[in-house]
Design a protein around this ligand. Sequence first.
Ligand SMILES: Cc1ncc(COP(=O)(O)O)c(C=O)c1O
Length: 418
Amino acid sequence: MNSTNQLPFLAIQEAEKGLLNLKKQGLSRAHKVAQSACDTTQMFNGQRYKTFCSNDYLGLANHPEVIQAAQEALSRYGVGSGASHLISGHQEPHEKLAHRLADFQRAHIPHVQTLNFSSGYMANLGVITAICSLSNSTQASPKELTSIYSARLNHASIVDGIRLASKESTVKLTIFEVEELQALENALQSDTSKHKLIVCDGVFSMDGNLSPVDRLLDLAVRYDSLLLIDDAHGFGVLGDQGHGILEHMKLCSERLLYIGTLGKAAGVMGAFVCAHQTLIDWVFQKSRPYIYTTASPPSLAMATLKSLDIIEGPEGQQKRAHLHELILYWQTHLQLQHWHALQSSTPIQPLVVGHTPLCVLIDQELQALGILIPAIRPPTVPKGSARLRVTLSAKHSLQDIQALIEVVMRLEAKFISS
Ligand SMILES: Cc1ncc(COP(=O)(O)O)c(C=O)c1O
């Protein structure tokens, strides 16, 4: 070993400085170690907490039938898939899952087909890069420009997908505000590029509000664009059958690409994209985050198939009805003077506190009371809008919500008077 080499030593010094700087700004991140399954009460670091922080909106992450489906698949298929999808890792459960997920969006995307990814992060990287590479689909044709229109509050994985696409293809990026669609229309109107892609979260992950997918689709049709919706937080939760935001808004178009994730309401892990079969064929051929990674364990696909049965069936409907009662109760009974509870009809119910150190302090106080609600700070949310991201689950009871409202109102009074 060469201990005189300066490079790693300097790197460590720089990392130490950077870490200290993050700490000083209250932006340092740390793990909490969970010692029990994901639930509305959970052990962390030896202490039991009431949790309002998971994305397990329907309580399927620890559902006995989903666990049993995984256990049976483990006995049959083993633990790992052993290879990437295009070598030998694509097993029967992966194939079945893709077909079942396509069924969920069949009424909304004509000629629909599905491709599964190992995570939502990878799906956004893989789909955006592949779609942007359409502009140079044959080597004979010159590289053409793809115009991407991305909503300002889109998830980090969309941002990173666009960054990666910009390195590989010729991309012009325009950020738009969902509240100002006239500006988006003006930009589309004067856009002469052949390839256009509008990208938007279906439900904004830090605000909880629905995006205007219907109006975005109208613009996509009128200005010859594709529309990619990342419905990570709507899939399983929105629509009578839990199919997501396209079902909720009753939309149907060949211009749609629909990404859903399976680690939130479905309670397992992974993601998928649904689109017209030719677009999916292209993504399949070109998407490096799909091609160059080990296929996820087949037991996860079997567990997800069981989750999908629950989501679509009467149990899923009951869970969604209960969840919406809880959301309504929270929205109508929480009365705040200084903190701002965002208007949201989804299980994401943020309390904007503003100042980052104050938000961290409230997070700590809640923890001392045995309640876990994460403080979300910049850069995940815009500066000055640090918040407690309350998430509700169908597993919560009305009493859980009543108790939380009481605690939040008490804490607000305490922090404001001190
Ligand atoms: C809107 C959105 N898209 C994508 C992702 C990433 O999904 P995954 O956790 O499956 O990587 C998230 C995760 O929080 C998300 O909120």
